[in-house]
Design a protein around this ligand. Structure first.
Ligand code: ASP
Length: 442
């Protein structure tokens, strides 16, 4: 029998109706043995997540202000859920305790209670064992999750437990203080549980039917990616795809466990499988391109100097200028006598003149030019390695769309092609590539 760890996000558990859907999903497959819930999320766009209500309570409590209004909203959300599920359960004792400790136990303790209470409710509804994340997710006193200790604790507590609910998002430090991950951190808890029980798959249930090939705000109804490798996901995440909490990848990736992104509101959809990089994954690459992502907020510094290639240490001297000023360098495309530094505009932060004059002093260039407002675009696909002419198709599509290309960089893995364009051209560029590789094949 295989083991599935299932994590449900806040919108999948926002009210009793959603929790019923999640339970039906859990109960429909005997392999779904360990459940990691988030706190109740938004029921409608203007709604407030329980976690945000808890943060608001804490802010007030820590200033000595009255937080009853927010607190009562939290109480009534859980009471509605309990009633809607027809449970004979009262959280009065826990809520009383939380109310008392709110100001003193810290901001992270406050935030964590959303998952804690939801975990109790869901465990009762499913008839599963409730395991407090404070007993199994270990943080250092500095707030770093300790993976080794956590996996060991999880194994110890889950040994012999057939079915359990382990709330997401929080744990406890070595000296006994409740700590949380950053926002969205229930993904990390799910990943750690999957790792600890050697799950065959980590299912992450959310409100979309998988990862889309491109941003739906840019491309009209983009298709879902059926299978993506961890490496491809990393490339796309760097360029702005936000799918899972960043720290959720490592525990399962290193153990070779796939993640399946699924939709609680459309459980019949296969969703997206995120799989380890392997030959088998290469073979199921139905398309040349897996995904297209883009990000604004870069700038380019073009440096030109005759015979720069013969000046040993030239690139080092250039990079030292950026390092000394704390400017993050993202790409370094180069020609024979030219070098471009693509940097992150946010870290440039008003230091443009300083940087240019330091460069003049350091390497005495023949020509120096600064271009703000650059966007980067990543075309990612493990299928590119075996398909000739991909670059030609990408650039033909961009030329057709009259897009001026500022920079091209192909990673050595042949997994992605990175293209620099003007920020104003970014969306059009993504659409041109989507049309050329995806729309034309549908
Ligand atoms: N409830 C937390 C948040 O809103 C954690 C999570 O949902 O993963 O960020």
């Amino acid at each position: 029998m295989s083991i599935k760890v299932v994590k449900f996000g806040g919108s999948s558990l926002a009210d009793a109706g959603q929790i019923k859907k999640a339970s039906a999903i859990i109960k429909s497959d005997a392999d779904r043995r360990y459940v990691v819930p988030s706190a109740p999320g938004k029921r409608f766009p203007e709604d407030v997540k329980v976690t945000d209500l808890l943060y608001a309570c804490y802010e007030k409590a820590s200033l000595g202000e009255d937080f009853s209004q927010e607190f009562e909203k939290i109480r009534s959300r859980y009471n509605e859920i309990i009633e809607g599920l027809g449970l004979d359960l009262s959280l009065d004792e826990q809520l009383g305790q939380i109310r008392k400790s709110l100001a003193t136990a810290g901001r992270e303790y406050a935030a964590s209670r959303g998952e804690y209470l939801n975990g109790i409710v869901i465990a009762a509804y499913l008839g599963y064992t409730f395991i407090d994340a404070a007993d199994v997710i270990v943080f250092s006193d500095e707030g770093q999750m300790m993976r080794h200790e956590t996996v060991a604790k999880l194994r110890e507590h889950l040994r012999g437990v057939e079915h359990a609910v382990i709330p997401g998002f929080y744990g406890k430090s070595v000296s006994g203080v409740v700590r949380t991950f950053s926002r969205g951190g229930s993904d990390v808890t799910g990943s750690l549980v999957a790792r600890a029980v050697h799950a065959d798959v980590y299912e992450n249930w959310t409100d979309v039917s998988g990862i889309l090939v491109a941003d739906p705000r840019v491309v009209d109804s983009p298709i879902v990616i059926p299978v993506i490798t961890y490496k491809e996901l990393r490339e796309l995440s760097y360029m702005g795809f936000s799918v899972l909490h960043e720290d959720a990848i490592f525990p399962v990736r290193t153990a070779g466990i796939p993640i399946n992104i699924r939709n609680t509101n459309a459980p019949g959809d296969d969703g997206t499988m995120i799989v380890p990089d392997s030959d088998a994954a290469e073979e199921v690459a139905a398309r040349t391109i897996t995904g297209i992502a883009g990000k604004k907020g870069f700038c380019a510094v073009n440096i030109e100097k005759g015979m720069m290639n013969s000046e040993i240490g030239f690139i080092r001297d250039v990079l030292n200028v950026f390092a000394d000023l704390g400017i993050s360098v993202e790409h370094i495309p180069s020609g024979i006598d030219t070098l471009t530094i693509i940097a992150d505009s946010a870290s440039l932060n008003g230091k443009e003149e300083k940087m240019l004059s330091a460069l003049r002093k350091a390497v005495n260039p023949d020509h120096l030019e600064f271009e703000p407002d650059i966007a980067m675009l990543a075309v990612v696909g493990r299928g590119m390695r075996r398909t000739r002419g991909t670059a030609a198709r990408i650039f033909a599509a961009l030329a057709h769309g009259r897009i001026n290309i500022k920079m091209i960089d192909q990673g050595s893995s042949e997994l992605n092609i990175i293209i620099g364009v003007n920020e104003n051209d970014l969306h059009q560029a993504i659409r041109c590539i989507y049309d050329a590789f995806i729309s034309s094949t549908l």
